[in-house]
Design a protein around this ligand. Structure first.
Ligand code: SF4
Ligand code: MG
Length: 317
Protein backbone atom coordinates (compact mmCIF):
# COMPACT_ATOMS: atom_id res chain seq x y z
CA UNK A 1 0.00 0.00 0.00
CA UNK A 2 1.17 3.50 -0.82
CA UNK A 3 -0.78 5.20 1.97
CA UNK A 4 -2.52 3.68 4.97
CA UNK A 5 -4.55 5.61 7.51
CA UNK A 6 -5.38 3.50 10.52
CA UNK A 7 -7.85 4.45 13.27
CA UNK A 8 -6.96 8.13 12.92
CA UNK A 9 -8.31 10.52 15.54
CA UNK A 10 -7.90 14.28 15.08
CA UNK A 11 -8.52 16.53 18.05
CA UNK A 12 -9.01 20.22 18.68
CA UNK A 13 -8.84 20.44 22.45
CA UNK A 14 -11.55 18.14 23.81
CA UNK A 15 -13.35 17.80 20.44
CA UNK A 16 -12.49 15.10 17.92
CA UNK A 17 -14.10 16.00 14.59
CA UNK A 18 -12.33 13.02 13.03
CA UNK A 19 -12.42 9.74 14.92
CA UNK A 20 -11.41 6.21 14.00
CA UNK A 21 -10.79 6.88 10.30
CA UNK A 22 -9.33 3.93 8.43
CA UNK A 23 -8.60 3.96 4.70
CA UNK A 24 -5.84 3.17 2.24
CA UNK A 25 -4.81 3.79 -1.35
CA UNK A 26 -2.30 2.04 -3.56
CA UNK A 27 -0.29 3.14 -6.59
CA UNK A 28 -2.41 3.38 -9.72
CA UNK A 29 -5.56 3.48 -7.61
CA UNK A 30 -8.24 6.10 -6.99
CA UNK A 31 -9.82 6.21 -3.56
CA UNK A 32 -12.94 8.35 -3.36
CA UNK A 33 -13.64 9.92 0.02
CA UNK A 34 -17.27 10.99 0.08
CA UNK A 35 -19.65 12.55 2.55
CA UNK A 36 -21.59 15.73 3.18
CA UNK A 37 -19.73 18.86 4.29
CA UNK A 38 -18.70 18.56 7.91
CA UNK A 39 -17.94 14.85 7.60
CA UNK A 40 -14.20 15.32 8.23
CA UNK A 41 -12.98 14.71 4.67
CA UNK A 42 -10.85 17.83 4.40
CA UNK A 43 -9.45 17.44 7.91
CA UNK A 44 -8.38 13.91 7.06
CA UNK A 45 -6.60 15.28 3.96
CA UNK A 46 -5.00 18.00 6.08
CA UNK A 47 -3.66 15.33 8.44
CA UNK A 48 -2.28 13.28 5.54
CA UNK A 49 -0.48 16.40 4.31
CA UNK A 50 0.95 16.97 7.79
CA UNK A 51 -0.71 20.38 7.93
CA UNK A 52 -2.92 19.98 11.01
CA UNK A 53 -0.82 22.32 13.19
CA UNK A 54 -1.67 25.15 10.77
CA UNK A 55 -5.38 24.78 11.56
CA UNK A 56 -4.80 24.18 15.26
CA UNK A 57 -5.54 20.46 15.30
CA UNK A 58 -3.48 17.47 16.32
CA UNK A 59 -3.41 13.74 15.79
CA UNK A 60 -4.62 12.25 19.07
CA UNK A 61 -4.49 8.60 18.02
CA UNK A 62 -3.96 6.31 15.07
CA UNK A 63 -1.37 5.95 12.35
CA UNK A 64 -0.64 7.36 8.91
CA UNK A 65 1.89 5.39 6.91
CA UNK A 66 3.24 6.50 3.54
CA UNK A 67 5.27 3.95 1.60
CA UNK A 68 6.04 2.21 4.87
CA UNK A 69 7.13 5.34 6.74
CA UNK A 70 5.29 6.66 9.80
CA UNK A 71 4.01 10.17 8.99
CA UNK A 72 2.61 10.93 12.44
CA UNK A 73 6.00 11.07 14.09
CA UNK A 74 7.86 12.63 11.17
CA UNK A 75 9.61 15.92 11.87
CA UNK A 76 8.35 19.06 10.16
CA UNK A 77 11.52 19.39 8.09
CA UNK A 78 11.08 15.93 6.60
CA UNK A 79 7.33 16.53 6.11
CA UNK A 80 8.12 19.64 4.10
CA UNK A 81 10.26 17.51 1.81
CA UNK A 82 7.45 14.98 1.37
CA UNK A 83 4.86 17.68 0.79
CA UNK A 84 4.94 18.77 -2.83
CA UNK A 85 7.71 16.25 -3.39
CA UNK A 86 6.20 12.80 -2.84
CA UNK A 87 2.71 13.86 -1.74
CA UNK A 88 0.90 16.77 -3.37
CA UNK A 89 -2.36 18.52 -2.57
CA UNK A 90 -4.84 20.02 -5.00
CA UNK A 91 -7.46 22.23 -3.38
CA UNK A 92 -10.91 23.40 -4.38
CA UNK A 93 -9.95 27.00 -5.00
CA UNK A 94 -6.96 27.34 -7.37
CA UNK A 95 -6.20 30.75 -5.87
CA UNK A 96 -5.20 29.20 -2.53
CA UNK A 97 -2.26 27.64 -4.42
CA UNK A 98 -1.53 30.36 -6.98
CA UNK A 99 0.22 33.66 -6.41
CA UNK A 100 -1.91 36.36 -8.09
CA UNK A 101 1.10 38.61 -8.57
CA UNK A 102 3.26 36.10 -10.42
CA UNK A 103 3.11 34.65 -13.94
CA UNK A 104 1.82 31.06 -13.85
CA UNK A 105 4.71 29.35 -15.66
CA UNK A 106 7.38 30.37 -13.16
CA UNK A 107 5.07 29.18 -10.36
CA UNK A 108 5.23 25.68 -11.83
CA UNK A 109 9.01 26.04 -12.25
CA UNK A 110 9.37 26.84 -8.55
CA UNK A 111 8.00 23.48 -7.47
CA UNK A 112 10.29 21.60 -9.87
CA UNK A 113 13.31 23.60 -8.73
CA UNK A 114 12.50 23.11 -5.07
CA UNK A 115 11.73 19.40 -5.15
CA UNK A 116 13.80 18.11 -8.04
CA UNK A 117 16.68 20.57 -7.74
CA UNK A 118 16.34 21.53 -11.41
CA UNK A 119 18.04 24.58 -12.87
CA UNK A 120 16.11 27.43 -14.46
CA UNK A 121 16.05 26.11 -18.02
CA UNK A 122 15.35 22.51 -17.14
CA UNK A 123 12.51 23.58 -14.85
CA UNK A 124 10.96 25.71 -17.57
CA UNK A 125 11.19 22.87 -20.08
CA UNK A 126 9.56 20.55 -17.57
CA UNK A 127 6.75 23.03 -16.85
CA UNK A 128 5.97 23.40 -20.56
CA UNK A 129 5.92 19.63 -20.93
CA UNK A 130 3.56 19.24 -17.97
CA UNK A 131 1.29 21.97 -19.33
CA UNK A 132 1.10 20.15 -22.65
CA UNK A 133 0.37 16.87 -20.82
CA UNK A 134 -2.54 18.61 -19.11
CA UNK A 135 -3.87 19.70 -22.49
CA UNK A 136 -3.23 23.38 -21.95
CA UNK A 137 -3.30 24.89 -25.44
CA UNK A 138 -0.21 26.88 -26.49
CA UNK A 139 1.79 26.29 -23.28
CA UNK A 140 4.52 28.81 -24.22
CA UNK A 141 1.99 31.65 -24.30
CA UNK A 142 0.03 30.56 -21.23
CA UNK A 143 3.36 30.26 -19.36
CA UNK A 144 3.71 34.07 -19.40
CA UNK A 145 0.16 34.90 -18.24
CA UNK A 146 -1.01 35.92 -14.78
CA UNK A 147 -3.68 33.88 -12.97
CA UNK A 148 -6.41 36.51 -13.54
CA UNK A 149 -5.93 36.12 -17.29
CA UNK A 150 -6.98 32.46 -17.12
CA UNK A 151 -10.37 30.76 -16.79
CA UNK A 152 -11.15 28.71 -13.67
CA UNK A 153 -10.54 25.44 -15.47
CA UNK A 154 -7.22 26.65 -16.86
CA UNK A 155 -6.13 27.87 -13.41
CA UNK A 156 -6.95 24.45 -11.96
CA UNK A 157 -4.80 22.83 -14.69
CA UNK A 158 -1.91 25.10 -13.65
CA UNK A 159 -2.42 24.01 -10.03
CA UNK A 160 -2.35 20.36 -11.13
CA UNK A 161 0.84 21.07 -13.10
CA UNK A 162 2.35 22.58 -9.93
CA UNK A 163 1.29 19.52 -7.97
CA UNK A 164 2.96 17.27 -10.56
CA UNK A 165 6.11 19.35 -10.85
CA UNK A 166 7.80 17.64 -7.90
CA UNK A 167 7.01 14.22 -9.40
CA UNK A 168 4.75 13.02 -6.54
CA UNK A 169 3.58 9.46 -5.94
CA UNK A 170 0.38 10.45 -4.17
CA UNK A 171 -2.08 13.20 -5.07
CA UNK A 172 -4.68 14.36 -2.59
CA UNK A 173 -7.40 16.30 -4.40
CA UNK A 174 -9.89 18.04 -2.11
CA UNK A 175 -13.05 18.87 -4.09
CA UNK A 176 -10.85 19.83 -7.08
CA UNK A 177 -13.78 20.64 -9.37
CA UNK A 178 -16.39 22.09 -7.02
CA UNK A 179 -15.65 25.69 -8.01
CA UNK A 180 -15.86 24.95 -11.76
CA UNK A 181 -18.58 24.79 -14.42
CA UNK A 182 -20.04 21.34 -15.02
CA UNK A 183 -18.41 20.79 -18.42
CA UNK A 184 -15.03 21.92 -17.11
CA UNK A 185 -15.49 19.67 -14.06
CA UNK A 186 -15.66 16.61 -16.28
CA UNK A 187 -12.47 17.62 -18.10
CA UNK A 188 -10.51 18.12 -14.89
CA UNK A 189 -11.72 14.81 -13.47
CA UNK A 190 -10.68 13.07 -16.70
CA UNK A 191 -7.22 14.66 -16.48
CA UNK A 192 -6.81 13.31 -12.94
CA UNK A 193 -7.95 9.84 -13.96
CA UNK A 194 -5.51 9.82 -16.90
CA UNK A 195 -2.65 10.83 -14.59
CA UNK A 196 -3.37 7.91 -12.30
CA UNK A 197 -3.63 5.42 -15.16
CA UNK A 198 -0.62 6.72 -17.10
CA UNK A 199 1.77 7.55 -14.27
CA UNK A 200 0.68 5.02 -11.68
CA UNK A 201 0.01 7.71 -9.09
CA UNK A 202 -2.20 7.05 -6.11
CA UNK A 203 -5.10 9.51 -5.91
CA UNK A 204 -7.33 10.39 -2.99
CA UNK A 205 -10.30 12.16 -4.52
CA UNK A 206 -12.37 13.99 -1.93
CA UNK A 207 -15.82 14.87 -3.19
CA UNK A 208 -19.46 15.11 -2.23
CA UNK A 209 -20.47 14.04 -5.74
CA UNK A 210 -21.46 10.37 -5.89
CA UNK A 211 -21.71 10.40 -9.70
CA UNK A 212 -18.05 11.45 -9.94
CA UNK A 213 -17.20 8.60 -7.59
CA UNK A 214 -19.13 6.12 -9.71
CA UNK A 215 -17.33 7.22 -12.86
CA UNK A 216 -13.77 7.38 -11.56
CA UNK A 217 -12.98 5.63 -8.31
CA UNK A 218 -11.67 2.14 -7.63
CA UNK A 219 -12.42 2.20 -3.93
CA UNK A 220 -14.60 4.38 -1.76
CA UNK A 221 -14.52 5.55 1.84
CA UNK A 222 -17.86 6.97 2.93
CA UNK A 223 -17.53 9.41 5.83
CA UNK A 224 -20.17 10.61 8.21
CA UNK A 225 -19.58 12.91 11.19
CA UNK A 226 -15.85 12.30 11.23
CA UNK A 227 -15.99 8.51 10.92
CA UNK A 228 -15.63 6.14 7.99
CA UNK A 229 -18.96 4.31 7.90
CA UNK A 230 -18.25 2.18 4.85
CA UNK A 231 -15.07 1.28 2.98
CA UNK A 232 -15.38 -0.85 -0.15
CA UNK A 233 -14.73 -1.39 -3.85
CA UNK A 234 -16.71 0.97 -6.03
CA UNK A 235 -18.88 -1.86 -7.40
CA UNK A 236 -19.82 -3.03 -3.93
CA UNK A 237 -20.67 0.53 -2.91
CA UNK A 238 -23.06 1.07 -5.80
CA UNK A 239 -24.45 -2.46 -6.21
CA UNK A 240 -24.63 -3.58 -2.57
CA UNK A 241 -24.30 -0.54 -0.34
CA UNK A 242 -24.43 -1.85 3.23
CA UNK A 243 -24.55 1.23 5.40
CA UNK A 244 -27.91 3.06 5.58
CA UNK A 245 -26.03 6.34 4.99
CA UNK A 246 -24.33 5.00 1.85
CA UNK A 247 -27.72 3.77 0.66
CA UNK A 248 -29.19 7.22 1.25
CA UNK A 249 -26.34 8.95 -0.60
CA UNK A 250 -26.93 6.73 -3.61
CA UNK A 251 -30.65 7.46 -3.55
CA UNK A 252 -29.74 11.17 -3.66
CA UNK A 253 -27.86 10.92 -6.98
CA UNK A 254 -29.94 12.89 -9.48
CA UNK A 255 -31.12 10.72 -12.34
CA UNK A 256 -31.87 11.95 -15.84
CA UNK A 257 -35.32 10.37 -15.84
CA UNK A 258 -36.38 12.26 -12.73
CA UNK A 259 -38.74 15.16 -12.84
CA UNK A 260 -37.15 18.25 -11.34
CA UNK A 261 -37.84 18.64 -7.67
CA UNK A 262 -38.35 14.95 -6.90
CA UNK A 263 -34.75 14.36 -5.95
CA UNK A 264 -34.53 12.53 -2.66
CA UNK A 265 -32.69 14.28 0.12
CA UNK A 266 -31.59 12.67 3.34
CA UNK A 267 -33.85 14.05 6.05
CA UNK A 268 -32.15 15.84 8.93
CA UNK A 269 -28.77 17.50 9.14
CA UNK A 270 -25.20 16.47 9.91
CA UNK A 271 -24.72 17.26 13.61
CA UNK A 272 -21.73 19.44 14.44
CA UNK A 273 -18.70 18.15 16.33
CA UNK A 274 -20.02 19.80 19.51
CA UNK A 275 -23.42 18.09 19.35
CA UNK A 276 -22.67 14.51 18.39
CA UNK A 277 -25.38 12.05 19.39
CA UNK A 278 -24.40 9.13 21.61
CA UNK A 279 -24.07 5.75 19.91
CA UNK A 280 -24.08 5.61 16.12
CA UNK A 281 -23.68 9.17 14.88
CA UNK A 282 -26.18 8.51 12.10
CA UNK A 283 -28.93 7.29 14.45
CA UNK A 284 -31.03 10.51 14.49
CA UNK A 285 -31.38 10.23 10.69
CA UNK A 286 -31.53 6.45 10.36
CA UNK A 287 -34.89 4.78 9.77
CA UNK A 288 -33.46 1.48 11.04
CA UNK A 289 -32.05 2.76 14.34
CA UNK A 290 -32.63 0.53 17.36
CA UNK A 291 -32.00 1.02 21.08
CA UNK A 292 -28.47 -0.38 20.70
CA UNK A 293 -27.73 2.22 18.01
CA UNK A 294 -28.48 4.99 20.49
CA UNK A 295 -25.86 3.83 22.98
CA UNK A 296 -23.13 1.85 21.24
CA UNK A 297 -20.86 3.27 18.51
CA UNK A 298 -20.48 0.68 15.73
CA UNK A 299 -16.84 0.09 14.76
CA UNK A 300 -15.69 -0.35 11.17
CA UNK A 301 -15.54 -4.12 10.75
CA UNK A 302 -13.32 -4.88 7.75
CA UNK A 303 -13.66 -8.38 6.32
CA UNK A 304 -11.20 -10.53 4.40
CA UNK A 305 -12.31 -8.81 1.16
CA UNK A 306 -10.97 -5.52 2.50
CA UNK A 307 -14.50 -4.14 2.49
CA UNK A 308 -16.10 -3.03 5.71
CA UNK A 309 -19.07 -1.30 7.28
CA UNK A 310 -19.73 0.40 10.60
CA UNK A 311 -23.35 -0.50 11.37
CA UNK A 312 -24.85 -2.80 14.00
CA UNK A 313 -27.50 -4.04 11.57
CA UNK A 314 -25.22 -4.64 8.58
CA UNK A 315 -22.81 -6.51 10.81
CA UNK A 316 -25.55 -8.85 11.97
CA UNK A 317 -26.82 -9.47 8.42
FE1 SF4 B 1 -28.64 2.96 11.52
FE2 SF4 B 1 -28.02 1.66 13.74
FE3 SF4 B 1 -26.69 1.10 11.53
FE4 SF4 B 1 -26.33 3.43 12.79
S1 SF4 B 1 -25.81 1.39 13.55
S2 SF4 B 1 -26.60 3.15 10.62
S3 SF4 B 1 -28.39 3.86 13.53
S4 SF4 B 1 -28.86 0.75 11.88
MG1 MG C 1 -14.17 20.14 2.70
Amino acid sequence: MLLTVDALQISFGSLSPVDDVTLSVDRGQILGVVGESGSGKSLTATAIMGLLPRVGGQIAAGRIRFDGADLVHTRERELRRLRGGRIALITQNPMTSLDAMMRVGPQIDQAARLHLGLGRRAARARSLELMADLRIPDPASVYTLYPHQLSGGMKQRIVIAMALAGDPELLVADEPTTALDVTVQAQIVQILVDLVRQRGLGLILITHDMSVVAQTCDRVAVMYCGRVVELADVNAIFEHPRHPYTQALIRCIPRHDMVRGTMTAIPGMVPGAMALPPGCRFNPRCALASERCRVEIPGLAIGASGNGVACHLAEAA
